[in-house]
Design a binder for this molecule. Structure first.
Ligand code: FE2
Ligand code: FE2
Length: 263
């Protein structure tokens, strides 16, 4: 495929060009231009080795070494890249969603592209680069064209991103000992901003449930149970405080813990 300035960001392989193309793709998707509405059939464009689920890449080093820090940044960049693409995907897959919702989703996609840039820049400062390790597509694969809007909100923002918040809290504790100020700054900024992304998911999930005359707490538990087979498993301790900040109710946190204990 020939990539040009107007290629849909999801299809572009080069990661920096993908970031650059995102604002234009979002604008063209808003105007319903067919190319901008295309979702890749198999996987979004990549410029590095993608491993299948289950295969393990090389052993990770500790955060005291530059390589260990770079490895973590590479993993984070992979998460941010998929988060950016998932926001774009939701943006084009739910054209009937409220305008305010779609505008916020476009802002989220752009915010994820900034997180991705932060990770790539810090990675390069350490003397490494994107593509030095292979990646997985497990976040992208957690969603499906069959998802209702409530399913998608739950999977992306209230499960994957919310688990990312729990991981951010525990990572920041580890990094406090590691003398890795550049990396710590990136993780802190991303974790702080991700609270807003999860809060976006909580707000719209609860609002749409009420519009559909569903009890949000009960629906959260049932939907999590129904979707749990398709979700990548997360074993990070669920952090009550940060989840509350991100709009989870006590009952939702309780349900998330119960479901996690069955994994
Ligand atoms: Fe992010
Ligand atoms: Fe996010």
């Amino acid at each position: 495929m020939i990539e040009n300035a107007h290629t849909n960001a999801l299809l572009i392989c080069d990661v920096r060009k993908k970031i650059e193309a995102l604002p234009d793709s979002l604008q063209r998707a808003w105007k319903n231009e067919p190319e901008a509405l295309q979702i890749p059939v198999v996987a979004p464009g990549r410029d590095l080795l993608v491993l299948d689920k289950g295969k393990r890449s090389s052993t990770k080093k500790g955060f005291s070494s530059a390589e260990g820090q770079a490895r973590l940044l590479h993993d984070l960049a992979n998460i941010e890249l998929q988060a950016m693409e998932l926001c774009y995907r939701s943006y084009i897959e739910y054209p009937q969603a409220p305008q305010e919702f779609r505008e916020q989703m476009a802002d989220l996609a752009l915010a994820e592209s900034k997180h991705l840039e932060l990770c790539l820049n810090q990675l390069e400062l350490l003397g490494f680069k994107w593509g030095d390790w292979p990646v997985y597509l497990s976040l992208w694969k957690a969603v499906s064209v069959e998802d209702s809007l409530l399913d998608r909100l739950l999977i992306v923002h209230r499960y994957l991103e919310a688990s990312g918040l729990d991981a951010g809290v525990s990572l920041l504790k580890k990094l406090a000992q590691a003398k890795a100020p550049g990396l710590e700054k990136v993780v802190r900024k991303i974790t702080e901003e991700e609270v807003g992304h999860v809060a976006f998911g909580s707000y719209w999930y609860q609002k749409i449930c009420k519009q559909q005359k569903l009890d949000p707490d009960q629906d959260f538990k049932n939907r999590m149970l129904n979707l749990s087979a398709q979700l990548p498993k997360r074993f990070e301790v669920i952090d009550f405080e940060i989840r509350k900040k991100a709009g989870f109710t006590d009952l939702e946190i309780q349900a998330a813990r119960e479901i996690q204990s069955r994994f």
